[in-house]
Design a protein around this ligand. Sequence first.
Ligand code: ATP
Ligand code: MG
Length: 413
Amino acid sequence: MPSEAIRTTPSWTTKQAEAFGLLSNRPRVLLYGGSQSGKTRAIVEFFVRACLTFPGLRILVVRQRRQHAKESVWHETLLGDVLPRYAGAWSPNYTDLFVSFVNGAEIWVSGTDEKERIDKVLGRGIGGVYLNEVSQISYTAYTTIRTRISQKVEGWVARLVADCNPPAPTHWVHKVFIEHIEPTDGGKLHAARYGSLLMNPADNLANLREGYLEDLDELPDAQRRRFRDGEFVQPAGAVFSEYSDIECPIEKAPDCEQYVVGVDMVTYAAVLVGFQRYTDGSRIRRKVYVVDEWQQPGTIAHEANTAIASKWGRYRYTAYIDHNLGEAGTREFDNSRLARKGPGSVDAGISELQTAMHLGDFHVVDSCSLLRYQLQNYRRDEAGVIIKEDDHLIDALRMAVYSISAGRVINVV
Ligand SMILES: Nc1ncnc2c1ncn2[C@@H]1O[C@H](COP(=O)(O)OP(=O)(O)OP(=O)(O)O)[C@@H](O)[C@H]1O
Ligand SMILES: [Mg+2]
C-alpha cells in the first residue's frame, strides 16, 4: 500500500478495530447494529486498502437500489470520507460509479435494480462484494451474487461482506449469518466461514454529533431496540413480512391460464398478473405471478391505455381499474372493468395476498423492482392504518387479485 499517499491516520473506534480483525479472518462477514455505528465506513476502508494492496482486484458494492447506493456509499463514504486520504492512488468514473486505482484494482457501486450493469461487472469476475443494507436485498439476489465471486487474485481470499440495521429474527439475513442455516431448505451452513459483529452507535460516540444517542432514546420501543441497540426485532406494522423475510423473486413467470392487469388511475401505476389454478384437497386455489410492472405518473387515461396495451396486449388480459374516473375510465381502457370494491375490500385484498404468500403461491418476477420494494416497505401505523406511501403498485396488485377472486376460495363441486 502506498503509505505516503495517506494524508492523515484516522482513529478507528475499538469496535471498528474488532471489525477489521473479523473482515481479515472470515470470508463471509455481517456487521449489524444500530444506525451510525461506523459499519459502512469500516467496510469501505477495508476494501479500499485491499484494492491498494492487490493489483487488479475487483470489488462490487451493491445496495437494493442504485440511487440509494449512489447517494450513500458512493457519495458520502467512498468519495466523501475514505478516498480523499489516498489522493493520487485512484480516479473516479461518475457515470458508471466506479473507481480505478493506479494498480488496476477497481471498486464498482451498483444496485440490484440495475441487473444489466451488475451482470456486466459480475461477468468480468469479482474478488469481493459488499452488500450494503443487506436486509433489503432478496435472498435470490444474494445467492446469485455469492456464487459469482470468482476472480482469482494471488494472495487474496474471496470475500462477501454485508451490513444492515437488524431486520426481523425470521429474516434470511438472521438465518444465514447468525443461525448459519440455509433459509429455504433449513440445511446447515459451514459456521466457521461466517463471522458477525454487533456494532452500535454507542461504539461510535466519538464521531457522532452531540445529542444523537439521546434522540435514539426517544424512539418508539421497537425502533429504539433496532436503531440504538441493534436487536433483531419484527418491524412494527410490516404487512408482508412473510414475503420480504425470505424474498425469492423468480427469473421468469410460467405461462398462465388467465392474465389480469390492475391499474391505479390516480398515479397511473399498473401490474400484469398471471393466475394459474390448482387443486388442494377439496379447494381450488390460484398461483399468482406478477409478470411486469408499469408506472407513469402525470399521464392521462388514454395514454396509459395505449402504453399498457402495447406493452402487454399479447397477454389478452382483463384490466381492473379503480373508481377514480368511474365508468368513464372503463371506456378509455381496453378490456376493462371497475375493480371490485366495498367495505373492507382493502383488507380483504391484503389478506388474499398474505394467504397466497403463506401458501407459497405468490411470485414476483425479478425485474419488478419497484413493486418488490413497495411490498417490503408496506406498513401499518400504530393505529393499524395502512401508511399511504410508496404503495401505488400494491394498490394495483390488490385490485387485480381481489377483483378476480372476490376474496373467496372456490370449492370444487
Ligand atoms: N473512524 C472514524 N473516524 C471518523 N468518522 C467516522 C469513523 N467511523 C465512522 N465515522 C462517521 O460516523 C458516521 C457513521 O458512520 P457509518 O456511516 O459508517 O455508520 P453506519 O453504521 O454504516 O450507519 P447506518 O446504519 O446509518 O448506515 C459517518 O458520518 C462516518 O463518517
Ligand atoms: Mg451504513
